[in-house]
Design a protein around this ligand. Structure first.
Ligand code: AMP
Ligand code: ZN
Length: 122
């Protein structure tokens, strides 16, 4: 998609601070982080919103969800469960459409974590 900022990041035309990449996905740090750790997991394929995904994207969506806890852990926002109780953790979020607060119409999974308080408590 010619005018899509995340397609431009995927192609390398716009720089990003990458946290992960493979043949299907890239992840990069959000330019305006809402939490101490805030990365976006983005498919290389241009899918505008979660509501535009269908059966053929099932494996891709599963891969995005499974990457979220791995990246959170790597970036210091992992979830721990211990005898003292739960600690750490993150939020994984797809904003969808105007009422869902979506600003960039190329599917992305926000992974936000780290010690609270966070800006805006998003
Ligand atoms: P959403 O509101 O769910 O569409 O989120 C879009 C996110 O993309 C926002 O959190 C922005 O800060 C982030 N963003 C926009 N442009 C860039 C960029 N060039 N590099 C990294 N993150 C970006
Ligand atoms: Zn795109």
């Amino acid at each position: 998609m010619d005018n899509c900022i995340f397609c431009k990041i995927v192609s390398g035309a716009i720089p990003s601070k990458k946290a992960y990449e493979d043949e299907d996905l890239i992840a990069f740090h959000d330019i305006n982080p809402a939490a101490p750790v805030h990365v976006l997991i983005v498919p290389r394929e241009h899918i505008p919103t979660l509501a535009d995904s269908d059966q053929k994207h099932q494996a891709l969506l599963g891969k995005m969800m499974l990457l979220a806890p791995k990246l959170a852990e790597e970036l210091g926002a992992g979830y721990q469960s211990s005898t003292d109780g739960p600690a750490g953790g993150f939020k994984a979020l797809f904003n969808t459409g105007p009422d869902g607060g979506q600003e960039v119409y190329h599917l992305h999974l926000h992974v936000m974590g780290g010690p609270r308080p966070w800006r805006g408590q998003r």
